[in-house]
Unconditional design. Structure first.
Length: 112
């Protein structure tokens, strides 16, 4: 059974998500605090597919808009930096590994 406090927190989160989604349906503009996934992935040095997997596995809000995805910018940056800092690379390999997203290639090391 879920406690009343947890239930209220989840209810507030659902309401915020509903408002954000409603604003996306009515407009073709990107809401404040959100950014295109492709631009954030390029900035972090990840491929778009690995950035999408990272967003889904870390619980970052991801919304499909048109033929692309938009994500919550601050939370995605935070999650990406945690994963990148925790990633390991074998000597002489171009692939990095983190248990959350598996093997990935990092084209650019992000500035902290």
């Amino acid at each position: 059974m879920i406690s009343q406090v947890k239930y209220n927190e989840l209810e507030k989160r659902v309401e915020t998500l509903e408002l954000t989604l409603a604003s996306l349906v009515h407009k073709d503009t990107i809401p404040e605090g959100m950014a295109p996934l492709t631009s954030l992935a390029a900035e972090m040095g990840l491929t778009t597919s690995k950035a999408e997997e990272l967003a889904r596995n870390c619980g970052v809000m991801i919304v499909r808009q048109g033929n692309g995805h938009i994500v919550h910018e601050a939370k995605f940056r935070e999650a990406a930096l945690i994963v990148i800092k925790g990633a390991k690379r074998k000597y002489g390999s171009k692939c990095w590994y983190h248990p959350l997203i598996g093997k990935f290639i990092m084209t650019v090391r992000p500035q902290v």
